[in-house]
Write a protein that binds this ligand. Structure first.
Ligand code: BGC
Length: 717
């Protein structure tokens, strides 16, 4: 959409360029500035300590919402800004607005881009009711390390899935809701050492291009209007000061035509990194690298005029930045109609939006274990006692997850309320046991209350405060009091169905053989209770596949499926001493990427490949039959993994190249088939050429990345 091959955008750029020609340097720099203001600071009488006035000195606002408020700022802006150019407001509309959708990590587990698009569209539409024109989403960082709290905001560890979801989200926000999207955080922010937020990493160009850039590329190709430069450094250069990343690669290689906004204060922080000696140097390096808009602060207004006068920054660069920003404003229509309205923008928390949220949530749940106790079909549990316990069971805030913009916890459907409705003929025995507010916990008393139940649904988890920005962790266990309480529950001898709500994969190792079932619900959002009951009752058969590997132990992190082979691969021969392994824990994940059970079972048979050679420019087709061998209808996502056996640089043990999600009745079969072309095999090689290298490839169609199924081989000539 915001790409130069779109005539509408080209025309917006032309209008913007005409306007830029008439603007003074000062006026242009105003457009490069974003403030966070309130009604006191954004008025012409307010003068900052250093004598600078805020009103009219910015082109965009951070996190300003509300039609009346924004229109007031707009009026001030039109009066005070040189050239009377309207402003727009950008906000973190991440996974929903008033209607909170599941967190992005959860949404990606549906493997359904349409769900992501619909959720982004609803979020965007609800935000426009408040005058928001721009969202800082989607986050498309590749999430390989669950210690990093922001995995919750990501679409998981795999570039193929993240790319599909990036595209869908951009389209949902821009094409369906009419607001600007922002691909963030550019780039490799998630690769921070040790999972420590704001840190950096050393990374080869090959890893950057092969793993971390593809979702950005997909979002850019979908027409993303903006990109956010990240906090982290790569190879000693902070991204918000990296010309290589922000200009050479982003514009030169990825073909980005929109504008770049810094992350919160990240240009100023170039000083903290030890990359800029003072504010002015930070502006020179940040703006010089390609950060068009400074999120927060007056640094550009303050220092760019001098930098231009000294010839260190060219006015042409400033013109190009302003042209891109104004073009976005023309596209939004605000240049022609500066005042915001909620008219015709739809409502909040409508039935339709709630239905989208409920559908997304139930489809995002991942069934990790089930000894057959689930589903708890209401008619079969009539007259029986169903225990319900744990901090998440009657909690409406935490289940909304991190970055829940205009959240309204009072509107969340609680699990407790939904269960009471879903099981009218059973006795729901509710007691919290453990609460997030520890002073309200009553574990001993609760065990006594629950001991006569026929089944216990234990809703545990990590509070939403513990995921998102600045929530890195070294221990991915459930909170200690919940673990102790669970031990008590297991000792009652009553089957325990464990539900876990969290923003990251937590350690489930000790519950695998003790819980009758484990259902991972992530942070499911407003429709939490309804979605949980859809799945518990069997009304919906869960089909989510985890897009992030679950470690056995925290010390394994980072653990991800597309790792390298090593010289001594783990082949599982007992007592083999010298291989890549841990001596105290399996080397692989507890649940691999792509894993998720169903109430039914699927069998994969008759795998075939159309040819054992692929000619240059040709293709091969890989297929197999998937049969529903259980007693429930259910959905399955069959996944195609390919391994490039020998390369000019070592290649991952396997990579996801496609998947097919379908629904089968008991006994029904589906022939799954994928066509691979040379392009699917291409990667950035030792010489940084994007090519498919000749040689052997091994592929398999499997229910998850770790499944042992028949392997097929072909050779690229
Ligand atoms: C976060 C961004 C966010 C920005 C604006 C930063 O701290 O890293 O993801 O968009 O704040 O709220």
């Amino acid at each position: 959409m915001y790409t130069l091959d779109n005539p509408k955008y080209k025309e917006a750029r032309r209008r913007a360029a005409d306007l830029v020609k008439k603007m003074s340097l000062k006026s242009k720099i105003v457009q490069l500035t974003m403030f966070m203001v309130d009604e006191n600071t954004y008025n012409p009488e307010h003068v900052e300590e250093d004598g600078e006035m805020l009103a009219g000195r910015c082109g965009t606002l951070l996190a300003a919402t509300g039609i009346d408020r924004l229109n007031k700022y707009q009026k001030t802006s039109l009066e005070c800004t040189p050239d009377s150019i309207p402003l727009i407001s950008g906000c973190d509309v991440i996974h929903g607005y008033a209607t909170t959708m599941p967190i992005p990590l959860a949404l990606s587990c549906t493997l359904e881009p349409k769900i992501v698009r619909d959720c982004s569209a609803v979020a965007g539409k609800e935000a426009t009711v408040e005058g928001v024109s721009w969202t800082f989403a989607p986050m498309v960082d590749i999430a390989r390390d669950a210690r990093w709290g922001r995995v919750a905001e990501s679409f998981g560890e795999d570039k193929y899935v993240a790319s599909k979801m990036a595209e869908a989200s951009v389209r949902g926000f821009q094409e369906d809701a009419g607001i600007l999207s922002c691909l963030k955080h550019y780039v490799a922010y998630s690769a921070c050492e040790g999972g420590r937020d704001y840190n950096g990493c050393e990374m080869s160009d090959q890893t950057l291009f092969n793993t971390f850039l593809p979702p950005f590329k997909a979002g850019i190709d979908a027409g993303a209007a903006t990109v956010m430069s990240s906090f982290n450094e790569i190879n000693g250069v902070p991204c918000s000061g990296s010309r290589k990343m922000l200009t050479d690669i982003l514009r030169g290689v990825l073909g980005f035509d929109g504008f770049v906004v810094s992350d919160y204060d990240s240009v100023n922080e170039l000083q903290n990194h030890g990359y800029a000696k003072d504010e002015k140097d930070a502006v020179l390096k940040g703006y010089g690298a390609g950060v068009d808009v400074l999120m927060l602060g007056n640094l550009y207004n303050r220092h760019l005029p001098a930098l231009v006068a000294e010839g260190k920054i060219s006015e042409e660069q400033i013109d190009a930045s302003v042209e891109r920003i104004l073009a976005a404003k023309y596209m939004l229509g605000v240049m022609d109609e500066p005042f915001f309205t909620s008219e015709g923008k739809g409502g909040w928390l409508t039935e339709e939006y709630r239905e989208i949220a409920r559908n997304a949530a139930k489809r995002s749940f991942v069934l990790l274990e089930n000894d057959g106790i689930l589903p708890l079909i209401p008619s079969e549990w009539a007259g029986k006692k169903i225990g319900l316990t744990g901090p998440v069971s009657n909690e409406g805030d935490s289940v909304l997850g991190c970055w829940a913009s205009a959240k309204n916890p009072a509107k969340t459907v609680l699990i407790k309320d939904a269960m009471e409705k879903a099981y009218p003929d059973s006795e729901i025995v509710f007691t919290n046991g453990v609460c997030f507010k520890r002073e309200h916990s009553n574990p001993e008393e609760s065990l006594e209350i629950l001991k006569d139940c026929d089944v216990i649904v234990a809703c545990m988890g990590e509070h939403a405060r513990e995921s998102g920005e600045a929530t890195s962790k070294t221990c991915l266990d459930l909170p200690r009091d919940q673990i102790e309480y669970l031990k008590g529950l297991f000792s009652l001898g009553v089957p325990v169905v464990l539900l876990v709500s969290a923003g990251r994969p937590l350690i489930m190792t000790d519950f695998v053989n003790r819980a009758a079932a484990i259902l991972y619900i992530w942070d499911p959002g407003t429709e939490c209770g309804n979605a949980v009951c859809d799945v518990l009752t069997g009304d919906y058969n869960p089909a989510g596949k985890t897009t992030i590997s679950f470690p056995h132990r925290s010390g394994q992190c980072p653990v991800y499926y597309d790792h390298k082979m090593t010289g001594r691969p783990t082949i599982g021969i007992p007592n083999r001493t010298f291989e890549s392994k841990y001596i105290d824990c399996p080397v692989g994940p507890l649940y691999p990427f792509g894993y998720g059970k169903s109430y039914t079972t699927f069998e994969y048979t008759d795998a075939e490949i159309s040819s054992d050679t692929m000619e240059r420019g040709g293709s091969v087709t890989v297929s197999c039959t998937v049969t529903n061998t259980g007693k429930y209808a259910g959905e399955e996502a069959a996944q195609l993994y390919v391994r490039d056996v020998v390369g000019s640089i070592t290649r991952p043990v396997c990579e996801l190249k496609g998947y097919d999600k379908f629904c089968l009745e008991p006994g029904e079969s589906h022939r799954v088939s994928f066509t691979l072309t040379e392009d699917d095999l291409a990667f950035w090689n030792a010489d940084m050429e994007y090519v498919a290298e000749s040689g052997d490839f091994i592929c398999r169609i499997a229910p998850d990345s770790g499944a042992e199924v028949k392997k097929l081989k072909f050779t690229l000539e």
